[in-house]
Design a protein around this ligand. Structure first.
Ligand code: ADP
Ligand code: MG
Length: 618
């Protein structure tokens, strides 16, 4: 059996880990980073970019850069969630013929499964490079609140990436596995996971290597991105008040703003203030406009306090579902990058009345847990059993449009439940089984997962036939439904294949396309990255040069001008060495420019030494 890797396929960042010598370790990616942005982009030359490379060029290619696709996976286009997602992102979200939400990238339509598969493919490849052997199997984590179609779609993404997904596990469960690894004392724990796009809370019992999820709750549309959006709105309003210019229509400006907002937010987790500085964000008439603002931690907290408070409602629900009081929770584990914000940990601490655990790294703990589960499956880690729960109730539609639940939410899986049903009319020969998932009373208000008919029921008065309906959920949370006529033994079943989703043919076609991509030259990727770096540098510095260039001393000015012109000339070069040299030159030019821009020119004393690059540099 080849090595099974654990993957946290996050909305914002993904992380992979495996078990080495009975210990879980994170696998660094090609760039040496321990997490990889869940970003995919199509460059102007048609190249597919994944991870940090894709994220870095988002600025200049916003419409073809797909991030947070996890918010769309397994969802229909015509849903409020997708509608909201459409308002948040600069790329196009479109309706596929089967009603699913797809995205547009490089004027082609992609399913969220495909986009996710590009990320998974990248992870598979860097793991293979690091491990030195093929990686064919994975455990992928999903938010506890993901429904059946979202889980299926995640599994399909794995298949498309050439990975057999041996298990889908819930993110908070994975986190608790990582937390509990090596601990033996029985404990009731809460896992509070606030990531980029989703919030999850789970209550678990762990004891002697047995992990039992008692309840889960959450919000699939609450995360760090909403925090960023608050800062962005605030800055937009501030800028508009100052300059009368509305930046909302300018996708380039918006993208720069988004990056700056997120960076400031992260900085404010450790610093009391953060300065956002976006030179040349807009032009009014002939005048270039700059956005500069110093945001304090208190201001940020005021902007997002309601978002943080919004996480407490699911916490209450999860406690109630587990039949526990807050005081009975003995440990709280913080997961997800957004929990690094002091206001978040403080709020959690106040709610549960205890200091959250600082033993686990919030960015890596989910992948580590997935790797531990992989180790268990492979027999490398012993004495550990994971009992997960189903996040939503499952049942069928019954007479009068009612929803009859067979499996209640938060039931431990794998599980199996049967119930006897009967006919509505005399001599009814066919029954229709409509499988639904949800918590509402009326069938129509729950999510349809699929339907089938059981035919050939012998003629009988209404209420006489006995039809046994069985629901079985496997350890991935995937549902199988069977209906059996007890008189004849005739039965019919489906593995729930959510309406929509991907067909087998589509999956095969996509796998073929993915193979094509895999053969693409890695070197071209690197060139693309260098070009983007150069272009970004040129973009800012040319403008700075235009405005402040005349403040530079003559020979320096020529040097800077030459570097910028040379940069433009070689921008399309295919030669990495040429691009690297140009980047180095422009970076040097940028240093001169930054100095004249920041220092009051009347206080500047240039020396020829500084001009020739030998002077002291700051
Ligand atoms: P996901 O599980 O959705 O992929 P992550 O757990 O990686 O997300 O969290 C990403 C979110 O955490 C982003 O919104 C990011 O801005 C935020 N984040 C990361 N580091 C910090 C920090 N130091 N302070 C505040 N927020 C942070
Ligand atoms: Mg996460």
């Amino acid at each position: 059996m080849s090595r099974v890797i654990g993957i946290d396929l996050g909305t914002t960042n993904s992380c992979a880990a495996w078990v080495e010598g009975a210990r879980p370790v994170v696998v660094p990616n090609r760039e040496g980073a321990r997490t990889t942005p869940s970003v995919v982009a199509r460059a102007a030359d048609g190249e597919l970019l994944v991870g940090q490379i894709a994220r870095r060029q988002a600025l200049t290619n916003a419409r073809n850069t797909i991030y947070a696709v996890k918010r769309l996976i397994g969802r229909k286009f015509a849903t409020p969630e997708v509608e909201r997602a459409r308002q948040l992102v600069p790329y196009a979200i479109v309706e596929a013929p089967n009603g699913d939400a797809y995205v547009e990238m490089g004027s082609k339509m992609y399913s969220p499964q495909e986009i996710s598969s590009f990320i998974l493919r990248e992870i598979k490849e860097y793991c293979e490079a690091a491990l030195g052997e093929p990686v064919e199997q994975a455990i992928i984590t999903v938010p506890a609140y993901f429904d059946d179609s979202q889980r299926q779609a995640t599994k399909d993404a794995g298949t498309l990436a050439g990975l057999e997904v041996v298990r889908i596990i819930n993110e908070p469960t994975a986190a608790s596995l990582a937390y509990g690894f090596g601990r033996r004392a029985p404990e009731t724990i809460a896992v509070y996971d606030l990531g980029g796009g989703t919030f999850d809370i789970s209550i678990l019992e762990i004891s002697e290597g047995l992990y039992e999820v008692r309840s889960t709750a959450g919000d699939t549309f609450l995360g760090g991105e909403d925090f960023d959006a608050r800062i962005i709105d605030f800055l937009l309003e501030h800028f508009e008040r100052q300059t009368k210019v509305d930046l909302r229509g300018d996708s380039m400006a918006m993208q720069r703003l988004k990056e700056a907002a997120e960076a400031a937010k992260c900085e404010l987790s450790t610093a009391p203030t953060a300065t956002i500085s976006l030179p040349f964000i807009a032009v009014a008439g002939d005048e270039a406009l700059h956005l500069t603002y110093t945001l304090s931690r208190e201001q940020l907290e005021d902007l997002v306090r309601d978002l943080v408070m919004k996480t407490l409602e699911p916490c209450r629900n999860a406690l109630e579902a587990a039949g526990l009081k807050r005081e009975q929770v003995q440990q709280v584990i913080l997961v997800g990058g957004q929990t690094r914000m002091p206001l978040v940990s403080r709020t959690v601490q106040e709610f549960f009345g205890r200091t959250p655990s600082r033993d686990v790294n919030p960015d890596e703990v989910v992948a580590i847990g997935a790797a531990i589960q992989a180790g268990v499956l492979q027999g490398e880690i012993k004495d550990l059993v994971l009992l997960d729960v189903t996040p939503l109730s499952l049942g069928i539609a019954t007479h009068g449009g009612l929803f009859t639940k067979l499996i209640e939410r938060n039931s431990t899986i794998p599980t199996r439940k049967s119930q006897i049903f009967t006919t509505v009319t005399d001599n009814q020969r066919v029954v229709e089984i409509q499988v639904l998932q949800g918590e509402r009373e009326l069938a129509a208000e729950n999510k349809p997962l699929g339907k089938f008919e059981l035919v050939g029921i012998p003629a009988a008065p209404r209420g006489v036939p006995q039809i046994e309906v069985t629901f079985a959920i496997d350890s991935n949370g995937i549902v199988q439904v069977t209906a059996k006529d007890l008189a004849t033994g005739r039965e019919q079943s489906i593995e729930v294949n959510p309406a929509g989703g991907l067909t087998k043919d589509e999956i095969e076609r996509m796998i073929a396309e993915a193979d094509q991509y895999r053969r693409e030259d890695q070197r071209r990727k690197e060139i693309r990255l260098l070009r983007n770096r150069l272009e970004g540098l040129l973009y800012t510095n040319e403008r700075v040069f235009k405005e402040f260039g005349n403040l530079l001393e003559g020979s320096v000015r020529t040097k800077v001008d030459d570097a910028l012109q040379q940069g433009r000339r070689v921008l399309e070069s295919e030669d990495t060495a040429v691009l690297q040299a140009a980047i180095a030159d422009v970076q040097l030019a940028a240093r001169y420019l930054t100095e004249v821009m920041l220092v009051d020119p009347t206080r500047m004393l240039w020396s020829s030494e500084a001009a020739s690059g030998k002077g002291t540099e700051g």
